[in-house]
Design a protein around this ligand. Structure first.
Ligand code: CMP
Length: 143
């Protein structure tokens, strides 16, 4: 797991609830990503606040944290060359109504908050977010 070659993703509560996790993971595999860590869990409100702390000053922060702690999520570490950028292409724009046809958010997103998946926006955040969810023992190193 080398900076630049991995990214972090979460399948958000609504996408999980609507049973879209399998299709989302298939789309991830089809674009050549490897999954080196994966878990289903549920964030507390405080954990969601911590995860999204860079957005603490935004008007949508409280609602986002309520939503992200409302049900199970699936956390993933994905590897591929150019992982952060390529994954952002695969998921599409934050707002599903603006996301390109065939992207994960275009296909499964309901609105800007319930936009099916989260994807890291930089290599540094990919590392912080991966370490937020996974210990060394939970990451498969030989992929
Ligand atoms: P995500 O990739 O999880 O990272 C931060 C999240 O904040 C983002 O996806 C959206 O779900 C949410 N978000 C960003 N901008 C807005 C907005 N203008 N209104 C509501 N939610 C937003």
């Amino acid at each position: 797991m080398e900076l630049g070659n991995f990214t972090f993703s979460m399948i958000k509560p609504t996408a999980f609830h609507n049973k879209h996790a399998g299709e989302i993971i298939t789309m991830i595999y089809e674009q050549g990503f490897h999954i080196i860590a994966m878990k289903m869990t549920r964030l507390s409100y405080k954990e969601a606040q911590l995860f999204y702390k860079v957005h603490a000053d935004r008007p949508f922060y409280t609602d986002l944290c309520k939503f992200m702690s409302s049900g199970p999520i699936i956390a993933l570490i994905l590897t591929k060359s150019n992982a952060v950028e390529d994954y952002r292409k695969l998921i599409g724009s934050t707002d599903p109504s603006l996301a390109e046809d065939g992207t994960i958010r275009n296909v499964f997103g309901l609105n800007i908050q319930q936009n099916a998946v989260h994807g890291s926006d930089s290599d540094e955040n990919a590392l912080r977010e991966a370490q937020f969810f996974f210990s060394e023992l939970e990451i498969y190193k030989n992929a």
